[in-house]
Design a binder for this molecule. Structure first.
Ligand SMILES: C[S@@+](CC[C@H](N)C(=O)[O-])C[C@H]1O[C@@H](n2cnc3c(N)ncnc32)[C@H](O)[C@@H]1O
Length: 179
């Protein structure tokens, strides 16, 4: 995926989200300047250094953004308090994806949605096998990043309706709603 395409993915992912948004695993805040319609953005990030970078990025955003140090598996927000949750390139590395999905479901308001841009297990069995074999080594050098996460299947197993809006190789853009 070239740089220009990633740029477009980020804009498409968050640009039109209105209301209160929670972004999990915000990293250094690459998505933050791209929110155009949200009234408020909350962001969580477990890595203190990245959280500081996200905070610095947030200062340059026209929309109010607060960054907290937290993991997706234990979100410091009230139940039913956000309209949208955003996850970009995060579900490959969360320790417990199913627990994270339960937390996201809890904090979403009725009618709310989860917007994801993730890389997932390759579709062909040859590449899926290679990803499974490489992952134990890769995750040690890449901050727990798994190349073989079956995120769509995990969503469905946790009772979400998951729609693939776009796919580019192993990268997918997903909109998911609790059933
Ligand atoms: C590849 S980076 C993506 C950062 C950002 N979302 C982006 O699109 O540029 C993955 C991020 O997920 C964060 N992360 C890892 N485990 C997490 C968890 N359990 N809950 C929330 N974030 C997590 C990492 O600290 C890191 O900042």
């Amino acid at each position: 995926m070239n740089k220009m395409r990633v740029w477009n993915w980020r804009n498409h992912l968050v640009g039109d989200l209105a209301g209160v948004v929670l972004e999990i695993g915000v990293g250094a805040g690459a998505n933050l300047p791209r929110y155009r319609k949200a009234i408020r953005v909350f962001a969580v990030e477990p890595d203190p250094q990245r959280a500081r970078q996200a905070q610095a990025t947030a200062m340059r955003c026209p929309i109010p953004v607060s960054v907290k140090i937290a993991v997706a598996e234990a979100l410091p927000f009230a139940s039913g308090s956000v309209d949208h949750v955003v996850s970009s390139l995060v579900f490959c590395s969360v320790h417990d994806p199913r627990r994270a999905l339960r937390e996201i479901r809890r904090v979403l308001r009725p009618g709310g949605a989860l917007h994801m841009f993730e890389h997932i297990r390759p579709q062909t069995s040859l590449l899926a096998n290679a990803a499974r074999k490489i992952t134990p080594y890769w995750r040690r050098i890449a901050h727990n990043c798994h190349l073989d996460r079956a995120t769509l299947e995990t969503l469905r197993a946790e009772g979400w309706e998951a729609q693939v809006l776009a796919r580019y190789g192993v990268f997918v853009r997903i909109e998911a709603r609790p059933l």
